[in-house]
Design a protein around this ligand. Structure first.
Ligand code: SAH
Ligand code: AVI
Length: 331
C-alpha cells in the first residue's frame, strides 16, 4: 500500500508540559527552559531562516556530507525505510530518499516532529515527489512518543536524528534519548546521527549570534510562546540575546538576559516571576562533539559507532551506529 498517514499524539496534556516546564524552570535559582518549546509556527520559520544564514554552517555542511555519502550509506545498510526524529522540513531526508530510490530499496518515510504543520506539509509533498513512497507521519515528542513509531515489515531501516539536535540535550538526557532510539533498531537497522564538532569558539559563537539578528529573534520567540500559551506578559524586547561557548562543557549556550529588573505575570499559572537587572534565563545548550565523546555516549547507551563521515574541514560529522553486538551490515 502506498500513501500518506498522519497520527498526532500531542494533546491538551502537552499544554501541561509547557506549563510544568515553565513552573519548574522559572522557579529555579538559575532560570532555565528546555529548547523544544521554540518550535511553534513562527519558531520553525525562524529556524529555517537560521539554516540559510552565512554564519550558520551546520545545515549546509551536514547536507554536503549527506550528498557525498548517501549512496554509500544506503548500499552499506540496504535501508529502504527512513525514520527521522525532529524531521522539520525534511530537506535532508530527500537526500537519503533519493539514494534509496536510486538503489531501488525505497519504501517508507516516517517523520516525527512536535511541529505539526511541518510533518503534515512534508508528508504530503513527499508522496507526490516519490513514486510508490509510503509516508507515516508522527506528530509527537521524541522524548515520549517513540513507541508510536510503526514496526518495520523487515525492510532494513535508518533511524536518523540530524542537524545536531542530539546536542540540545544535557549529557544524561542525551544518553537516555540514544538508548531509547536504540529500541527502534533491529539487527539490520542503523542509527544515523548528525553531530556538530568542537572547533574554534569564534566560529561557533558567530553561528549562534548572527549579524542579521535572526537567532536573537528565534531565542526571544520562546517568550512569545509563553505569552500566548500561558497568558504571560513578557516584554520580549526587554530581554537581550546572549550566546557563548562554554569551554568546560564543550557546548554553546543561548540565554536571555533581562535588561532591567522586571516582574512577569504568568496568568494561567497564577504566578509572578521576578527578574533582577542582568539576570539570565538559559534557553538552549548545543553540545559540540569529538569522536571520542560521541563514542562514550554510544557505549553508555548500548550502541556502537560503526562509521564516521565528516567534511574536509571537520566542522560536522554524521555517524552510523548499531546496537552493541549487532553485526555490521557490511561484514
Ligand atoms: N532535522 C532538521 C531540523 C532541526 S531543528 C535539520 O536538521 O535541519 C529541530 C527539530 O526538532 C525541529 O523541527 C523541532 O520541532 C524538532 N524537535 C525539537 N524537540 C523535539 C522533541 N522533543 N520531539 C519532537 N521534535 C522535536
Ligand atoms: C536544532 N538545533 C540542532 C539547533 C542548534 O544548532 O543547536 C538549534 C539552533 N539554535 C540556535 N540556532 C540553531
Amino acid at each position: 500500500m502506498t500513501g500518506v498517514a498522519i497520527a498526532s499524539y500531542l494533546s491538551e496534556a502537552d499544554e501541561r508540559i509547557l506549563a510544568n516546564d515553565v513552573l519548574d524552570g522559572l522557579t529555579r535559582p538559575f532560570k532555565e527552559l528546555p529548547p523544544k518549546h521554540f518550535y511553534d509556527a513562527r519558531g520553525s520559520e525562524l529556524f529555517e531562516q537560521i539554516c540559510e544564514l552565512p554564519e550558520y554552517y551546520p545545515t549546509r555542511t551536514e547536507a554536503g556530507i549527506l550528498g557525498d555519502w548517501a549512496d554509500e550509506i544506503v548500499a552499506r545498510t540496504g535501508a529502504g525505510e527512513l525514520v527521522e526524529l525532529g524531521s522539520g522540513t525534511a530537506d535532508k531526508a530527500r537526500i537519503l530518499l533519493d539514494a534509496m530510490a536510486r538503489a531501488g530499496t525505497l519504501r517508507r518515510y516516517v517523520p516525527l516532529d512536535v511541529a505539526e504543520r511541518m510533518v503534515a506539509d512534508s508528508a504530503r509533498q513527499l508522496v507526490e515527489e516519490y513514486d510508490g513512497l509510503e509516508v507515516h507521519g508522527v506528530i509527537g515528542d521524541f522524548e515520549r512518543h517513540l513507541d508510536h513509531v510503526p514496526d518495520t515489515d523487515g525492510t532494513p531501516r535508518i533511524v536518523a536524528l540530524l542537524g545536531g539536535t542530539v546536542g540540545n540535550f544535557p549529557p544524561g538526557t542525551r544518553r537516555t534519548l540514544l538508548r531509547n532510539m536504540g529500541t527502534l533498531l533491529g539487527r539490520d537497522d542503523r542509527l544515523l546521527l548528525g553531530t556538530d564538532l568542537v572547533k574554534d569558539p569564534a566560529v561557533i559563537e558567530a553561528a549562534y549570534d548572527d549579524r542579521a539578528g535572526v537567532t536573537a529573534e528565534f531565542n526571544r520567540n520562546l517568550l512569545h510562546v509563553i505569552n500566548r500559551e500561558l497568558g504571560a506578559n513578557f516584554v520580549a524586547d526587554q530581554f537581550e540575546h546572549v550566546a557563548f561557548f562554554d569551554d568546560k562543557h564543550q557546548w554553546v549556550e543561548m540565554r536571555l538576559r533581562a535588561l532591567a529588573a522586571c516582574s512577569v505575570e504568568i496568568g494561567d499559572l497564577g504566578m509572578t516571576v521576578e527578574f533582577e537587572a542582568g539576570e539570565e534565563l538559559r534557553t538552549e545548550i548545543s553540545a559540540k562533539f569529538t569522536r571520542e565523546r560521541l563514542e562514550a555516549d554510544y557505549r553508555a547507551a548500548g550502541l556502537a559507532l560503526e562509521h564516521w563521515y565528516t567534511d574536509e574541514d571537520e566542522l560536522f560529522a554524521l555517524s552510523l551506529a548499531g546496537r552493541e553486538g549487532a553485526q555490521s551490515p557490511a561484514g
